[in-house]
Design a protein around this ligand. Structure first.
Ligand code: IDP
Length: 140
């Protein structure tokens, strides 16, 4: 299968604990290549828009507060089967349920402060990449 792309966020709990490198190393060791990366402070509007699908969920407001509580690192990852490969190395949403060796099992703090975001489909990957990056910022 041809290499394709997914979108990743290193969340504020990880940047706060200086784990940007540790997360990126795990992504790279899983066979993903970082083809775009920037450290940003998300605005409330950006976070609400990004997580718009969760607007009706009970944790929505807390999630937005968490995502703007500190810097995040947004990344485009490239590799064979990139979306699934990234989901596999991330582990389950709740770190308590994540497999050993996954980012969330090894590094995450809680179901909310779970260190990483990763797109859940090729379609959403394309939408999420375009939400944060211009084409000329992605260098494969
Ligand atoms: P995912 O990030 O594993 O795809 P989603 O269900 O899409 O999981 O949830 C998005 C994010 O919302 C999670 O990564 C986590 O930060 C937060 N979240 C999900 N479920 C809960 C919950 O029950 N309580 C608090 N935060 C949650």
């Amino acid at each position: 299968m041809a290499a394709n792309r997914t979108f990743s966020i290193i969340k504020p709990d990880a940047t706060r604990r200086n784990l940007t490198g540790a997360v990126t190393k795990m992504l790279e060791e899983a066979g993903l290549r970082v083809v775009a990366s920037k450290r940003i402070q998300m605005t409330r509007e950006q976070a609400e828009g990004f997580y718009g699908v969760h607007r009706e969920r009970p944790f929505f407001n807390d999630l937005v507060e968490f995502m703007i509580s500190g810097p995040v690192v947004v990344q485009v990852l490239e590799g064979e089967n990139a979306v699934q490969r990234n989901r596999d190395i991330m582990g389950a949403t709740n770190p308590a349920n994540a497999e050993p060796g996954t980012i969330r099992k090894e590094l995450a703090e809680s179901i909310e402060a779970n260190s990483v975001h990763g797109s859940d489909s090729d379609e959403n990957a394309a939408i999420e990449i375009a939400y944060f990056f211009n084409d000329d910022e992605i260098v494969g």
